[in-house]
Ligand binder design. Structure first.
Ligand code: HEC
Length: 203
């Protein structure tokens, strides 16, 4: 029967405690080496960020050069082609970005911006009873044709400097074309779509 005074149990517990210290020491040094390795390789193999993200986050504006669909924007299609491919239902959805400031239905009230019924083909500053900026009033002799509206929606600030439409713009060409076709449908006299440019004959 072993008692507390027996030498063997005491010696065993001493051995245990040496072993523990040795293993703990070995584990700690291994951890230190691992951390050092991680720090060094973190420097050596810092990942390069790709110029374009490999994923698309819904609802986030893409840069202008990012094609929405391969068919639509491939190779920077002219506006006429994008209009021919445009979908007024998608345009109506895109109009949510405008609806905070603009009504579109016939006889709708002016908001922060003027009512937009019949805007395609109408002169600049077309709506009676809206306090336009001088910049827009100065262009009241010019019609809002397809190209001018497209440029305006892409970047209002650049299209007509000094205007007061506080909107950054829509960078995707096909989304603008969808919107234009929808705007054109909200009119007493929708314009015919411009004809696509003639195919250049193969050399
Ligand atoms: C933050 C409010 C706001 C938003 C959002 C906005 N607009 Fe405007 N918009 C205005 C204001 C204000 C004016 C008048 C600008 C002026 O007088 O300089 C205007 C003017 C216009 C005009 C000229 C109207 C005319 O009679 O000549 C068009 C076209 C237009 N907006 C289209 C759009 C479209 C399309 C969108 C969405 C893609 C949009 N706007 C988003 C505020 C807004």
């Amino acid at each position: 029967m072993a008692t507390a005074r027996d030498p063997i149990p005491i010696r065993e517990s001493q051995v245990d405690s040496y072993e523990f210290t040795r293993y703990a020491g070995a584990t700690l040094s291994a951890l230190v080496v691992l951390m050092a390795t991680m720090i060094v390789t973190g420097y050596l193999y810092r990942p390069e960020k790709p110029a374009k993200p490999g994923y698309v986050v819904a609802g986030v504006e893409e840069p202008a050069e990012a094609p929405q669909t391969a068919a639509a924007d491939a190779g920077g299609q002219p506006l006429e082609v994008l209009l021919a491919l445009a979908d007024p239902a998608r345009g109506q959805a895109a109009f949510k970005k405008c609806a905070a400031c603009h009504s579109i239905e016939k006889g709708g009230r002016h908001g922060v911006g003027p009512n937009l019924w019949g805007i395609v083909g109408a002169p600049h500053a077309h709506a009676a009873g809206f306090a336009y900026s001088d910049a827009l009033k100065a262009k009241s002799a010019e019609p809002w044709d397809w190209a001018r509206l497209d440029a305006w929606i892409a970047n209002p600030k650049a299209a007509i400097p000094g205007n007061k439409m506080a909107f950054a713009g829509i960078s995707r060409p096909q989304e603008r074309a969808d919107l234009l076709v929808y705007l054109n449908s909200m009119s007493d006299k929708p314009l015919p779509l411009p004809p696509p440019p003639a195919e250049t004959p193969a050399a």
